[in-house]
Design a binder for this molecule. Structure first.
Ligand SMILES: [Zn+2]
Length: 319
């Protein structure tokens, strides 16, 4: 696959056989650079920003710096910086020099003094950088899922997951088609509108009576209001399991040439993640998660294996 080789060749920090971690690393560094550019353009008069990203785990700390000329408006400055970012090719460190601007990033500190901002789960600086969504950022870092899933959600929230439309914006030349159908792959399509994701959401609906969210903003926002306050982190964890499973199934098809996943395969993945992540919760919640995942398995099997389809007695709220 041509695009696979192109993609792998440009990211030397990780082993060549792990497509998932390649897209994780590339996406994370890209997010950092984009946030640094945004900070320089909108929050500083000198159009200069330094940011340190420390997301923990095995991921290295990365330092970035952006400088543009102060005569541009914030909008033109950010537009220009974003334009320069298309030259980012996933390398561990480097510099991008645009017409007026400079973007640098390294795993060692590249400026004197403290960074102007710090990005990562242990600080709330990330929320300060994306005005208007502080609560949801805090909520993402708070839910009990592995770090890489939190970062995945964080990208999803910001619309920077490397779906094919986002890759194409960065000069990627592969096919833009969704791997489950013939439509173009965008975040909205892959997670909400593709026939496969609609089927998966409809199983959730049958099992729980929750209407599927309309889009990413809805999923991280008003959609969570359909359950009492104390259950919202749990609901977001469920949505995380679903989106993460769709994402992994999609990567399996694209990078590992796996057969197109069926609804049952995706739901099996969802309930497997729910059971794995249940261990991170308190005993009471663990039981709730176990009941939910059993019900999802049951409904999915029922939809697919019995001629009469779904029985309303399988709704969670009917028990
Ligand atoms: Zn599709």
């Amino acid at each position: 696959m041509e695009h696979k080789q192109h993609y792998r060749a440009s990211v030397p920090w990780v082993g060549p056989n792990n497509a998932e971690s390649i897209s994780f690393v590339t996406g994370t560094v890209y997010t950092l650079l984009r946030e640094t550019a945004k900070w320089a353009a909108y929050s500083t008069k000198k159009r200069f920003a330094t940011v340190k990203m420390d997301i923990g785990g095995a991921f290295p700390t990365i330092y970035s710096l952006t400088q543009c000329t102060p005569d541009l408006s914030s909008e033109s400055c950010f537009k220009c910086l974003q334009g320069s970012l298309k030259w980012f090719d996933g390398r561990r460190g480097g510099r991008i020099i645009g017409e007026r601007c400079l973007i640098r990033f390294e795993t060692s500190i590249l400026y004197n003094g403290e960074p102007m901002r710090i990005m990562g789960p242990s600080t709330n600086s990330t929320s300060a950088m994306s005005k208007g969504v502080p609560n949801i950022n805090r909520r993402i870092w708070k839910i009990k899922v592995p770090l890489k899933v939190k970062v995945f959600l964080w990208y999803l929230r910001r619309g920077v997951i490397l779906t094919k439309d986002n890759l194409a914006r960065r000069n990627w030349k592969g096919s833009k088609k969704c791997c489950f159908c013939h439509k173009d792959e965008t975040i909205q399509h892959l997670f909400f509108q593709c026939h496969l994701s609609r089927l998966v959401w409809s199983v959730i609906h049958m099992a729980s009576n929750f209407q599927p969210p309309r889009n990413v903003t809805h999923m991280f926002g008003r959609w969570l209001l359909c359950v009492p306050k104390e259950m919202r982190n749990l609901l977001l964890m469920g949505a995380a399991a679903l989106c993460w499973s769709i994402w992994l199934s999609r990567n399996g098809v694209i990078f590992d040439n796996k057969l197109v996943s069926s609804l049952l395969q995706v739901i099996t993945l969802v309930t497997r993640w729910l059971r794995t992540w249940a261990i991170l919760h308190k005993p009471g919640l663990r039981d709730t998660i176990a009941v939910v995942s059993r019900r999802l398995d049951q409904v999915a099997r029922d939809v697919f294996t019995q001629e009469h389809g779904w029985r309303s007695s399988l709704r969670i709220d009917s028990h």
